[in-house]
Design a protein around this ligand. Structure first.
Ligand code: GDP
Length: 443
């Protein structure tokens, strides 16, 4: 699977930061040393790694991050942001001409997966109700013409092909005319490949570009070749001004170095990735989602942003102090409830936690919002004195509270018991940490 090694290493490194209530500059430095090694091992271009690590370091030791409620999480957020930027920021979509057909030249070296990808792209467009036409211009590899014809038949997409002795440039020109006649809105040209980048290939491709003025020139490169793929992309981009890259065989590439370096090195965005041999195995490339996958994050980012927007750090610190001093009241309880609810529907909030979707039955889990509303009503029916000193709530007070909140006495009893249990737990917890400190001091 793609990025396997990198994902594992990055996740292990960042896990150390995740739970930390306090993160020092030294912690960040240490983590970045490991991130750097993980990226180098994933075969990411060394200059890209250097810039990346510097950027993350600079942003991570920023005061805002360090002083935040969850500094460990914030550092991870920075890594995630920067990974996303590295891969292009936002999704780069396939061009669509205002005056159809949209002409796409598919270029690349032999064996990269160019012919297969051309067919996959036709399939992708077909699913979006477009009418693509495939054009066989790879006249130097005779099998390529046949391969495209077979794929076209399989997909029920027209294939424009001529003999092996025809010039690719004129085949492409004829094809565009034909596509107009047949009302095809995309023309996908499978151009000739070579084993290596050479002058002849480049000048032929440049001639074709001149002749058909393509809306897109997509370079197909094999992700498994790592930095070679990046070098090929750089060369093609210099000669032809590519509009995008398609990375194939990402399903077999456990390192992912090419995916992480192509944009940074060439400035050319990745538009699609090939994830298998089947015609359906082509995915539009989303830098943010790919970064999320690498970091195994679920959608924690949205969760962090929601928490940032809704949880007041100062109030949270005050609350923590109260818990420690066992002065936690029903008013505090209500406030906490409110803050969590501000973040959105509870099942939605829980769904953003990584791994949550893997828990069996989670999709059927219904968080009972009514139950929360009942709890709130009970607390609101208490007098200020009762909220601050719940121990005074005797039987007659319980009956009054139940009546006032439209609930049953059993509901009030249950809440009081839960509140007491919670306080006991907090007490145990604070004793434990105090005891721990004392013991450590004693040794
Ligand atoms: P071309 O010479 O560039 O036209 O390459 P082909 O399209 O003939 O592909 C070369 C080989 O790579 C074929 O065996 C394809 O099935 C395989 N291939 C292409 N794309 C992918 C991909 O995304 N994943 C995997 N696993 N194999 C692929």
């Amino acid at each position: 699977m793609a990025f396997e090694g990198l994902a594992e290493r990055l996740q292990a490194t960042l896990k150390k930061l995740r739970g930390k209530g306090k993160v020092t500059e030294a912690d960040v430095k240490e983590a970045m040393r490991e991130v750097r090694l993980a990226l180098l091992e994933a075969d990411v271009n060394f200059k890209v790694v250097k810039d990346f690590v510097n950027r993350v370091k600079e942003r991570a030791v920023d005061q805002e991050v360090m002083k935040s409620l969850t500094p460990g999480q914030q550092v991870i957020k920075v890594v995630n942001d920067e990974l996303t930027q590295l891969m292009g920021g936002s999704q780069s979509k396939l061009a669509q001409s205002h005056r159809p057909p949209t002409v796409v030249m598919m270029v690349g070296l032999q064996g990269a997966g160019k012919t297969t990808t051309t067919a996959k792209l036709a399939r992708y467009l077909q699913k979006q109700n477009h009418h693509p036409m495939l054009v066989a211009c790879d006249v130097y590899r005779p099998a390529a013409i046949k391969q495209l014809q077979v794929l076209g038949e399989q997909l029920n997409v027209p294939v424009f092909a001529k003999g092996e002795n025809d010039r690719p440039v004129s085949i492409a020109q004829e094809a565009v005319t034909k596509a107009k006649e047949e009302h095809c809105d995309y023309v996908l040209i499978d151009t000739a490949g070579r084993l290596h980048v050479d002058e002849e290939l480049m000048s032929e491709l440049a001639d074709m570009r001149e002749a058909v003025s393509p809306d897109e020139i997509l370079l197909v490169v094999d992700a498994m070749t790592g930095q070679d793929a990046v070098n090929v992309a750089e060369r093609f981009h210099r000669e032809l001004e590519l509009s995008g890259v398609v990375l194939t065989k990402l399903d077999g590439d456990t390192r992912g170095g090419a995916a992480l370096s192509v944009k940074a090195v060439t400035g050319c965005p990745i538009k699609f990735v090939g994830m298998g041999e089947k015609v359906d195995a082509l995915e539009p490339f989303h830098p943010d989602r790919m970064a999320g996958r690498i970091l195994g994050m679920g959608d924690v980012l949205t969760l962090i942003e929601k928490a940032q927007a809704n949880v007041d750090a100062e109030r949270a610190a005050e609350l923590e102090k109260k818990i420690r001093q066992q002065q936690f009241t029903f008013d505090d309880f209500l406030e906490q409830l409110e803050q969590v609810r501000n973040m959105g529907p509870l099942d939605e909030v829980l769904g953003m936690l990584p791994g949550m979707n893997k828990i069996k039955g989670f999709k059927n889990l219904q968080v009972d919002e009514n139950q929360l509303a009942r709890v709130e009503a009970i607390v609101l029916s208490m007098t200020p004195e009762e909220k601050a000193h719940p121990e005074i709530i005797n039987a007659s007070r319980r009956r009054r509270i139940a009546r006032g909140s439209g609930t049953q006495v059993q509901d009030v009893n249950r809440l009081l018991k839960q509140f007491n249990d919670m306080k006991k737990m907090m007490k145990q917890f604070t004793n434990m940490t105090k005891g721990g400190k004392r013991r450590r001091g004693g040794f």
